[in-house]
Design a protein around this ligand. Structure first.
Ligand code: ADP
Ligand code: MG
Length: 354
């Protein structure tokens, strides 16, 4: 296994720049998820790391060595895609051993490696089956096995679970995480699904329009998003944003909403300058309160009630905007009801608004 490093990496297709000056180091044995909306450049980046696409400028290093001029084969990297592309006429064992056979490994060596990998992935009882006799999840496991037998320095995954149904996706996610505990090869996992990224990875890289927005552990990104894009992308239901005016006085931040209501929070080290800001409130950080709490609550009108069982998701109108509140207390409310929402000042986020 090896570290993977990008240095000032850029890529253009014609006049369109899809990756803009990316610099990132993925440590040996680390599991990094690369997440961002569709079209932000995730697959292009993986393909460049794998050597399937050429960068326009900048460098890729694997295990500390420049690999810009190496072919995909010479890079010793394995890639798993959403389409499994298994050979239909070969059984699981033959599919898994195919690349080793092409590379000239002995029959014995192939058999031993396929057996060992099948044990890791719980595929031993399926080795004689053809792909058509497997479920979607099993096929994806075989695709991973085929990559794993090669003993690569790093694993690249490009949305490997997006063809599976929701339940199977959760199950496979768990399997991939368990696999990483057994086989600590460096892993770079691309997805547009922030939950998948957060639950799997040691660190998450957020990409938007070809630019790295933030790199951090899942908890860091959730607690201290660097900008409104990250704040809105991480967390479900998504953070609410309300236009407001910030005025700092000593250690206090006074935040006035567009309906004139005021919240007081502690001044934060990285808060935006006084003036127009975007107030960010997570749905799970607003709670129903029987009374108005001066400086720490806002008035809202209930617009829609979505029970999920453990929680109620309330859509509300607050300060002229629509917002979501997650209510864990299952307090009975009615459509059109006016409610007080208590805001924990420590959980307030602010972003510059321009
Ligand atoms: P993602 O995987 O994040 O959805 P991609 O890396 O596939 O995004 O694509 C990023 C952008 O680059 C998109 O706008 C896409 O249309 C463009 N793109 C990708 N491959 C090519 C190509 N071979 N030629 C021209 N444009 C491309
Ligand atoms: Mg893609």
């Amino acid at each position: 296994m090896a570290s993977v490093e990008l240095v000032n990496l850029s890529k253009s297709f014609g006049s369109v720049e899809v990756l803009k000056n990316l610099t990132l180091k993925i440590e040996e044995g680390e599991f990094v998820a690369l997440v961002g909306p569709s079209g932000c450049g995730k697959s292009t980046l993986l393909r460049i790391i794998a050597g399937l696409e050429e960068e326009s400028s900048g460098d890729v290093l694997i295990g500390g060595e420049f690999v810009n001029d190496l072919t995909p084969k010479e890079r010793n990297i394995a890639m798993v895609f959403q389409s499994y592309a298994l050979y239909p006429h070969m059984n699981v064992a033959q599919n898994m051993g195919f690349n080793l056979r092409i590379s000239g490994f002995s029959k014995q060596e192939i058999k031993a490696r396929v057996q060992e990998t099948a044990e890791i992935l719980d595929l031993v009882h399926l080795l004689d089956r053809k792909p058509s006799q497997l479920s979607g999840g099993q096929r994806q496991r075989v695709a991973m096995g085929r990559a794993l037998v090669r003993n690569p320095d790093a694993f690249l995954f490009d949305e490997p679970l997006s063809n599976l149904d929701a339940k199977l996706r959760v199950q496979m996610r768990e399997e991939i995480k368990r696999l990483h505990h057994k086989v600590r090869t460096t892993k770079i996992y691309v997805t547009h699904d922030q939950i998948e990224a957060m639950t799997l990875a040691d660190r998450v890289v957020i990409l938007n329009e070809g630019v790295i927005q933030q790199v951090g552990t899942p908890t860091e990104l959730y607690q201290n998003p660097a900008n409104a894009f990250v704040a809105g992308f991480i967390g479900s239901p998504a953070m609410n944003f309300l236009p407001a005016t910030l005025k700092t006085k000593g250690e206090a931040a006074r935040i006035e909403l567009e309906d004139g209501s005021v919240l007081i929070a502690d001044r934060k080290a990285h808060q935006p300058k006084d003036g127009k800001v975007l107030l960010g409130l997570r749905p799970e950080h607003m709670s129903l309160s029987p009374n108005a709490i001066p400086d720490h609550s806002v008035r809202a009108r209930v617009d829609l009630i979505e029970p999920t069982g453990a929680q109620n998701h309330l859509r509300v109108r607050v300060a002229g905007k629509s917002a979501t509140v997650v209510d864990n207390t299952l307090t009975p409310v009615e459509l059109g009801q006016l409610v007080n929402l208590q805001i924990d000042p420590a959980k307030i986020h602010m972003f510059s608004n321009h």
